[in-house]
Design a protein around this ligand. Structure first.
Ligand SMILES: Cc1ncc(COP(=O)(O)O)c(C=O)c1O
Length: 910
């Protein structure tokens, strides 16, 4: 049995496996070395070997290297006490694993059968070793077969290898559906899967230690199917875990009949007797399809062509640099290639971003497949621009939009430009940490229902939410859309997933992404079962109270799935800064949006887009499609290691701790009742992510530092950046946010821990030597940071003159009017905070003429047209942030004059 506590409970069996091989190498090495020196070996030494072998035993079947056969030899050598040979063999295997040289595909463990006596030579480096190491992957074969059959299959596959193949692969064979699902979850090398007809529904081996990954209900479900149908039933399960993996069906019964009935999850069906070579070529072609980066390749080819440049791009092909006397270091620093690829050509193999018809269009189509959208558009000016494009494409002046008041500024500006009427939604506050959570569904529904009661539902066009928030709060995207569509069947959704592009590549995250939720919702609305259920449960009471108190289901005959997501690809995947994407799953796109989308895209996109950014989006997509799963798992693992290291360290935990799900999401939004989902095991994470209204993205680690007596901004600037060069980008009064990403390494986590320990040690040493006055000051700082400031203010409301269409029944505002009227200086004045307060106390309504955004926390406390409230002023007073956009310390707040408001009240339509 594997020691469950030793194997991290998160997601990290690959890490556990790697560590076990290293420990096994160490243990066998110790014995071999003792034998060489004629020293005795004791029970402790040998049991360490047996322990590691037992730990690896249930895992090895899921990886191609070193493979069942070689591992069986390892076990046999351990059992028979052939220590020196075992040590040599284990060292070679581990070296191949650590250096990843097994990925050349030529480290073969195949010759085990007749060569048991030379077991140390099991792993041979052949002369065919590929110096350019073609990308390597593994193919999962699902079929019950003997070891000898498996070996023959492996040899056959190896015999098809050709030097010119673009990739090299090896096989992992499992005999049951349950093990296939485990392999998909564990082994990130798997890029294709061949399901054959004969496999067992239940696991053939003991999977007790892999309970987190083995789905027992799957065994029961597959048992109900005949062998013929079983492959079809398994496919959707595997696709749910890893949608990017190519699935193939291999059958020995009427392939023509099967082909007509095969589910869309399979790329192709093959006949077992004749399809082997064709299957091999198809597998390579399938991976090549994801590997293809049409725009990057076009740009690379273009950059190698000599061209004469007679238009306005002197840097093109490095021409203005290489002959310069003064800026040649530019080439030294960046390398020549980047300038060779500098072009604005839209022909000659390249393409136009504004009207793509060639490689750029193909690159966007490939991105759509990878991210599960119907259309994807590349954007070269970040999600700030992506959000404005979507808002402008969907909205006309006067349309009503529901939007999280704490959303990114680009939404506020986008809505202002579009002339939409804005109904702000309040997120739940986390006063203790001076940050907001996310918008509860009840808040969204009540705003929608109020609009319904006011007879304005037909003008409500769009709901905009941030998923996940900066601090990592993730919505139940499907549920929000279902319940909103039940009230307003044609509502459009924009999910700002600036921070969430990576989420598609992990099976627990994926259902909470906009594109996946859109697809499942569209499938559900089409399904006869859902339609029948809906008809059978038609609601009788549709009063506001009834609709607020029950879970709503959309009418399948009326609801349209119209979903947009914006990704800052550059924030969480590989792309150059500003590389973003807009993903669209809108059933009415062609009919209702395509043209306005094009106009909006033209309005916000440069006519000189940066091709390097576009090519990096193409490459980032390739990486996500082929190794997103692995990278995201690793990222999660490191995030959990960081959390553990902080919370379990005796000195660190004296001054800081990582905020848990329970601290960031109030209990009422956590139906599962699980306080720390991933920390208590992947299955708990799955449960919480299935059930809870909000969940926390564990890859974002918010560390509470109130007890250090140092505020977040100072901690970031003076402790982390100036002293140790550690960059972070979000702080609150008493927290700092550490984001892990797909580039995070074990060493970078270790360095961060070192730095935090060193900061904590400084604080501890200082505290030990403080005199009375210093101690009092320190305690005051701690008290200040650990007690909540003034509560975070809710949205106070628009002044009546800025209410949309001057209809006060519901409070949406005309931000555009309020924004542009402030250009007239005679209508505005500056008022210091004290004057604002005095005049409010005398009963005057004071109205902001600008956005006022303190950073942190980074959301606008005031928007143009919004009235000041006492809560806003006391919150602003309690902030000790030096950076407040829209507020001039020397002058005060820019507000509308009383006279201007009077005048506007008389002319409400102006
Ligand atoms: C929620 C959200 N949306 C959009 C953006 C803007 O993204 P970009 O930096 O790609 O323009 C940000 C930036 O931080 C953000 O936090």
């Amino acid at each position: 049995m594997v020691d469950q506590a030793g194997a991290d409970a998160y997601n990290s069996w690959w890490q556990f496996r790697a560590d076990s091989w290293s420990r096994l190498e160490e243990a066998t090495g110790r014995i071999a070395s003792a034998l060489r020196r004629n020293k005795p070996i004791d029970h402790e030494m040998t049991s360490a070997v047996h322990r590691e072998c037992a730990a690896l035993a249930p895992l090895e079947q899921f990886w191609a290297f070193p493979g069942h056969a070689a591992f069986a030899v390892v076990q046999e050598l351990a059992a028979t006490g052939a220590w020196e040979r075992l040590a040599r063999l284990v060292a070679r295997i581990n070296r191949a694993l650590v250096t990843e040289s097994y990925r050349t595909g030529y480290l073969d463990a195949i010759a085990y059968g007749d060569h048991r006596d030379d077991s140390e030579d099991l792993i041979v480096t052949t002369s065919q070793h590929d110096p350019f190491s073609r990308p390597y992957f593994e193919v999962l074969v699902v079929e019950s077969m003997s070891l000898a059959q498996e070996q023959r299959l492996r040899e056959e596959v190896h015999s098809w290898r050709r030097p010119g193949d673009p990739f090299i692969y090896d096989l992992v064979v499992v005999g049951s559906g349950v093990e296939a699902a485990v392999a998909m979850r564990l082994n990130a090398n798997i890029q294709a899967c061949v399901i054959r007809r004969r496999f067992s529904h239940a696991a053939l081996r003991d999977l007790t230690n892999l309970a987190n990954f083995a789905d027992e209900t799957l065994a029961a479900e597959l048992a109900d199917f005949s062998p013929d149908e079983r492959a079809q039933a398994l496919a959707p399960h595997l696709a749910e875990i890893r949608p990017e993996v190519d699935l193939y069906l291999m059958t020995d019964i009427g392939v023509e009949d099967v082909a007509g009935k095969v589910s869309h999850h399979f790329r192709r069906v093959f006949h077992a007797q004749e399809g082997a070579l064709e299957l091999h070529l198809t597998i390579l072609a399938g991976v090549a399809e994801r590997y293809r980066t049409p725009f990057f390749e076009a740009l690379r080819t273009y950059s190698q062509r000599p061209t004469g440049v007679f238009h306005a791009l002197p840097i093109s092909q490095g021409k203005s640099i290489v002959n310069s006397h003064w800026i040649r270091d530019m080439v030294g620093f960046y390398g020549l290639e980047i300038f060779l690829a500098e072009t604005s050509a839209t022909t000659g193999g390249l393409d136009s971003l504004l009207e793509p018809t060639g490689p750029l269009r193909e690159a966007q189509q490939l991105a759509a497949e990878t991210f599960g959208s119907r259309h994807t558009f590349f954007v070269t000016n970040g999600t700030s621009t992506a959000n404005k494009i979507v808002a402008q494409a969907l909205l006309a002046p006067g349309d009503i939009v529901l939007v999280d008041r704490n959303c990114h500024q680009s939404h506020h500006y986008g809505l202002m430009l579009a002339g939409a009427e804005v109904s702000y939604l309040d997120a739940y506050p986390l006063n203790e940490y001076s940050m907001y959570g996310a918008v509860p569904l009840q808040e969204i529904k009540s705003k929608l229902l109020a609009l319904r009661a006011a007879g304005k539902l037909d003008r409500v066009k769009l709901l905009m939410l941030t998923n996940c928030t900066f601090d990592g709060i993730v919505y139940d995207v499907t549920r929000v859309m279902e319940e909103c569509l039940a009230i307003k069947p044609d509502l459009v959704f924009l999910w700002d997933e600036a921070w969430f592009a990576f989420a598609r590549f992990h099976h627990v995250y994926r259902p909470r992404t906009a594109m996946e939720a859109a697809r499942t919702l569209a499938d559900k609305l089409r399904s006869p079962t859902y339609r029948a259920q809906y008809e059978a449960n038609l609601p009788r009471d549709d009063s506001t109270e009834a609709l607020l108190s029950r879970r709503l289901s959309p009418d399948p005959a009326r609801a349209r799935v119209r979903v947009y997501a914006t990704h800052s690809t550059h924030k969480t995947l590989t792309a150059l800064r500003q590389g973003s994407m807009i993903h669209v799953y809108d059933q009415d796109f062609a009919l209702k949006v395509a043209e306005s989308f094009h106009e909006a895209y033209m309005a916000h996109t440069s006519t000189s887009p940066n091709y390097q950014i576009l090519a990096s989006l193409d490459l980032g997509r390739r990486q996500a499609a082929l190794e997103g799963f692995e990278l995201v798992q690793r990222q999660l693992e490191y995030a959990m290691k960081l959390r553990d290291a902080i919370d379990h360290h005796p000195l660190l935990s004296k001054y800081m701790h990582c905020l848990s799900t329970a601290e960031m999401i109030p209990e009422k939004y956590r139906a599962s009742g699980i306080a720390q989902p991933l920390r208590t095991g992947l299955s708990n994470m799955i449960t919480a992510w299935e059930q809870d209204e909000f969940v926390l993205d564990p890859s974002r680690v918010t560390v509470y530092i109130g007890l250090t007596g140092v505020d977040g901004a100072t901690f970031k600037r003076e402790r982390l950046m100036d002293k140790f060069g550690i960059q972070i980008n979000k702080t609150s009064r008493n927290t700092v946010l550490f984001m892990t990403n797909i580039g995070t390494t074990r060493s970078s986590v270790a360095y961060l821990i070192e730095v935090l320990v060193s900061i904590a040690r400084d604080i501890d040493n200082n505290a030990a030597e403080m005199n009375l006055a210093e101690r009092a000051a320190f305690e005051r700082s701690v008290l200040h940071l650990t007690n909540p400031t003034a509560p975070l203010p809710n949205f106070s409301g628009f002044h009546p003159v800025f209410l949309g269409q001057s209809d006060p029944t519901t409070p949406e505002g005309d931000v555009r009017k309020a924004f542009f009227l402030s250009y007239d200086h005679t209508l505005c004045e500056y008022l210091p905070a004290d004057d604002v307060e005095d005049r409010m106390e005398s009963g005057e309504s004071l109205v902001s003429a600008t956005f006022v955004t303190p950073y942190p926390p980074g959301f606008p406390v005031l928007v143009p047209g919004q009235v000041f409230s006492k809560e806003i002023l006391s919150f602003m007073r309690s902030l000790d942030t030096p950076e407040i956009h829209g507020y001039q310390p020397a002058l005060g707040y820019r507000v509308y004059t009383a006279k201007a408001l009077e005048m506007l009240a008389e002319r409400p339509s102006s």
